[in-house]
Write a protein that binds this ligand. Structure first.
Ligand code: SAM
Length: 455
């Protein structure tokens, strides 16, 4: 059985290894010229929000030095990649008053800037939001600045055009749905660049999947899940819906980039309002979504009824126990607003190492982009679930439990089998409940499970 969210596979192990290599090879204290031509760093900067804290701090310092340094060809590549990185992490890094002052001067004279100055500005502010930014495209600039203009203006304009033209399947009238939509319109999630699909999945824990299944994704976010499902299940067609047009627009752009637009249809819809006669589908997935609804059980009913009799359902839900360690960070998050995410992150980074807000937050990859940080610690709406909730969801929707994705991970499977040799398939929820009580971090990546609807 394989995963239905790429949290584990894909490019993540590569990024972790790249950070380890950088940490082992870089001199301290770090000087910009030591890293200006580091190809691994250049690649990492445009691949995913940078982590962990030591690397973010080093690069925040490098960005500052580059802002105040005289223009130099030598640093152009690094500057362009930092500009791309900061766009990717939604300007989550700390900025001091002198930086702000200079950045504001640059922003006020956009049309007169050199390519180097434009890159400096793009390291601190999203170009597409600045008046007159599109005129930069007419200057015929090539080289590193061009990749910044592509990322920060051309791609953004393409997404805006896509968002305006997206089909609307249902209205969004529920109050909670509207609040959730507004969070993800401002900060589409997750921030990803490369999907890195795994091998073809033909079975779910011994149950053969239909060939070329029809797939429905409820709450597809920025599209990675829909793309992975389409490729890994070899779907005949995938319909993916979400509340957020900005998230869907990113999904459409990435799907086009991968050349599989004919296999996925994206549309705006509120799960609460999905028509009962949609589908039915061979496979229905909803990961990290239902717990953001007013009533996750009602949401599950709306989603599960779209699966065919005998169809497969994959669900991901927050575990209350696994998220218990985030409580202090979430309490602190309530003192901040979407406009002060940067200050919130700095408060956490600057807190004492034994402060309970710090370790759980900085250990999460989500912490390193504004959208992820909001998703992790400042969500407008979330429920946390337990095993009674899982049993209820399965029962109410006539679902047979087919296993947790986590059971495919050796470091979870081995201790589980040692503790419960009587359940070699990992299908007994009572055993899993006891296992989670003994190992509360088991479902840090949510309860992610497959189930099958009664035939
Ligand atoms: C944490 S993201 C997960 C995205 C994606 N499933 C993934 O795993 O990458 C949650 C997504 O659920 C969507 N969502 C939440 N409530 C929804 C609803 N009522 N109807 C449709 N989408 C919803 C949000 O807009 C957001 O994009």
């Amino acid at each position: 059985m394989q995963g239905f969210r790429s949290g584990r596979g894909g490019t993540e192990p590569l990024a972790i290894e790249a950070v380890r290599v950088l940490g082992a090879s870089w001199p301290t204290p770090l000087r910009v010229r030591d890293v200006a031509h580091d190809e691994l760093l250049a690649e990492l900067l445009q691949s995913a929000p940078i982590f962990p804290v030591w690397l973010e701090r080093a690069l925040t310092g490098a960005r500052r030095s580059l802002l105040f340094a005289a223009s130099s060809e030598d640093f152009a590549l690094l500057k362009s990649r930092i500009a791309i990185q900061c766009h990717l992490n939604e300007y989550a890094w700390a900025e001091d008053a002198t930086e702000t002052q200079l950045v504001e001067v640059l922003a006020s004279s956009l049309e007169d800037l050199t390519p180097d100055q434009v890159m400096s500005l793009a390291c601190y502010r999203p170009l597409a939001r600045l008046p007159g930014a599109d005129a930069l495209l007419e200057k015929g600039w090539t080289g590193p600045v061009r990749s910044v203009l592509q990322e920060q203006i051309l791609d953004v304009r393409e997404e805006q055009a896509i968002a305006a033209a997206l089909p609307t399947l249902t209205p969004v009238s529920d109050g909670v749905s509207q609040a959730v939509q507004s969070q993800y319109e401002a900060n589409p999630y997750p921030k990803w660049r490369r999907a890195g699909p795994g091998p073809l999945q033909t079975h779910v824990n011994g149950h053969p999947l239909p060939k070329k299944p029809s797939v429905f994704i409820a709450g597809c976010g920025t599209g990675r899940q829909a793309i992975l499902a389409t490729l890994m299940l070899d779907s005949s067609h995938t319909l993916a819906v979400d509340l957020s047009r900005a998230s869907l627009a990113y999904a459409v752009r990435k799907t086009r980039e991968l050349g599989i637009s004919d296999r996925i249809t994206y549309a705006q819809a509120d799960i609460m309002e999905l028509p009962a006669d949609l589908g039915p589908f061979d496979v229905v997935q909803s990961t990290g979504v239902l717990h953001h609804m007013d009533d996750p059980f009602e949401g599950a009913r709306k989603v599960c009824r779209l699966a065919k009799p005998g169809g497969f359902v994959a669900i991901g839900l927050y575990s209350a126990l696994a998220r218990d360690h985030l409580k202090p960070g979430k309490a602190l998050g309530r003192q901040y607003t979407p406009e002060t995410v940067r200050e919130f992150r700095q408060a956490i980074i600057d807190s004492a190492h034994d402060d309970p807000v710090r370790a759980p937050a900085v250990a999460s990859r989500d912490f390193y982009a504004s959208s992820g940080c909001r998703d992790l610690l400042m969500h407008v709406q979330e429920h946390e679930m337990n095993f009674d909730d899982l049993r209820r969801m399965l029962r109410e929707n006539d679902l047979t439990f087919l296993g947790f994705i986590q059971y495919t991970f050796k470091e979870i499977r081995d201790p589980y089998r040692a503790m419960f040799p009587q359940d070699p398939e990992g299908l007994d929820l009572d055993c899993w409940e006891a296992f989670e009580a003994a190992h509360p971090a088991t479902f840090r990546r949510m309860y992610q499970f497959w189930a099958r609807k009664a035939g």
